[in-house]
Design a protein around this ligand. Structure first.
Ligand code: NDP
Length: 408
């Protein structure tokens, strides 16, 4: 079969995750337009094997080399057309493939930084779900995009909404003339209406049961603590070149208005859609065109009402900590993100209670100097230091760790 000239080669990094699977769904709806070239995960050999057998990509990778033998065994000889890679560097290699024009960066956490930077440096159309890489290394990532001529399209529903409300031709990292501020919406998570004292005993299962979105476990906990909104605030500052004062956070329990942009003439533009990540994914895949995403159309009569409220910063300390780290700048967001990743993992493993997440982050932020911004080496060092202190605080021992074992 002849390949249509316009077909776009896509790599999905984090294909076994929630955003990854939604991306595969949208890509599969448009076989004339997209060709799935590469998929990648960390350890989930069983799901990756199923994806390889169904979708037949040219490449597939596991970041964890220990999972490769299982993948080979599961595939038997049934996927000879797919080249398998594993270990450090494998995901970066996929991000830079010549056959790939579009990279979905959907790995969770700091583990996604290297491959996201690689895609940016290689000049790809970069669909950025991995917000942690922008929080950690925003200026480095934006500089790489600028140097290479890459196209950076935000996948986070809020940032994608803002992007959709900006004038065509807006320059990444620079607010367009006439923009007054943006309003980032937050569902408020599953504990929005829970009394503060009740947060002491909430379980990981309850934290991961988001009322509106189906997401991976880490971002689900981040949504429950409102750290997710804090990370998004830092992300929005980098992506759109905004000051802290230009971003307001609004709790909007229905998750229908994904964010708003206010202009100096008093106009407020918003993007509304059902809470389904396939809308921002389809938008970014096809931008500036529009394609079917498979998402249910919004029935505003059924929705009925849209509510907005201010967030409770006393109850959700993580948001206040992220705001402070964003204001301080430098390496503070790196330390915040590192401590959060360790604390969330400990909460998911029931080694820390829910309010303990904010307590650990606060203690780490007090101990580790955020310093001035630096290059990648400084970012990775700050990440490792933040993780070390968080582990010491939680486990009381000097366990070591870095980006590489963030999700081991
Ligand atoms: P999931 O937990 O569902 O999936 C994470 C993916 O990353 C999996 O494919 C996983 O592989 C892979 N992965 C995990 N650790 C590593 C590692 N060390 N090296 C390589 N790959 C790794 O996460 P989500 O899809 O929910 O989120 C992905 C990113 O998108 C996050 O940054 C999140 O904040 C962001 N995002 C998510 C949204 C959502 O609706 N889910 C919305 C907006 C942003 P394996 O299966 O093998 O573990």
């Amino acid at each position: 079969m002849n390949t249509p000239v316009a077909q776009i080669g896509v790599a999905v990094l984090g294909s076994t995750g929630s955003v990854g699977e939604s991306t595969l769904d949208v890509v599969a709806r448009h076989p004339q337009r997209f060709r799935l070239v590469a998929i990648a995960a960390n350890t989930n050999a069983a799901k990756l094997a199923r994806q390889i057998l169904t979708l037949r990509p040219a490449y597939a990778a596991l970041a964890d080399p220990a999972a490769l033998p299982q993948l080979r065994e599961l595939l038997g000889g049934a996927a000879s057309g797919t080249r398998l890679l594993a270990g450090p560097g494998a995901l970066e290699e996929l991000a830079c493939l010549g056959e790939v024009q579009c990279v979905m960066a959907a790995i969770v956490g700091a583990a996604g930084l290297a491959s996201t930077l690689a895609a940016a440096s290689a000049g790809k159309r970069l669909l950025l779900a991995n917000k942690e890489s922008l929080v950690m290394a925003g200026p480095l990532l934006m500089a790489a995009v600028q140097r290479s001529g890459a196209t950076l399209l935000p996948i986070d529903s809020e940032h994608n909404a803002i992007f959709q409300c900006l004038p065509a031709g807006s320059v990444p990292g620079l607010p367009p003339a006439g923009l007054k501020r943006v309003l980032l919406t937050a569902s408020g998570g599953p504990f929005r209406d829970l009394p503060r004292a009740a947060l002491e005993t909430v379980t990981p299962e309850a934290a991961c049961a988001h009322p509106n979105w189906v997401m991976g476990r880490k971002i689900s906990v981040d949504s429950a603590t409102l750290m997710n909104k804090g990370l998004e605030l830092i992300e929005a500052r980098v992506l759109f070149g905004l000051s802290a004062q230009q971003i307001e956070i609004l709790v909007h329990p229905q998750s229908i208005v994904h964010s708003l942009v206010e202009y100096v003439d008093g106009s407020m533009l918003a993007q509304l859609s059902a809470p389904d990540m396939r809308t921002p994914i389809a938008h970014a895949l096809a931008w500036p065109e529009r394609i079917d995403s498979g998402v249910e159309f919004l029935d505003l009569l059924k929705v009925g009402r849209l509510d907005f409220a201010a967030p409770d910063l006393e109850k959700f300390r993580c948001l206040a900590l992220a705001q402070a780290a964003g204001r301080a700048g430098g390496l503070h967001p790196v330390v915040l993100n590192a401590a959060n990743e360790v604390a969330v993992q400990a909460f998911l493993e029931r080694r820390l209670n829910f309010p303990g997440i904010a307590a650990v982050i606060e203690a780490v932020m007090e101990r580790v100097s955020g310093g001035a911004p630096g290059g990648l080496a400084e970012v990775l060092a700050a990440d490792a230091e933040g993780r070390r202190h968080a582990r010491e605080r939680i486990f009381g021992t000097k366990r070591t760790g870095s980006v590489r074992d963030a999700h081991a």
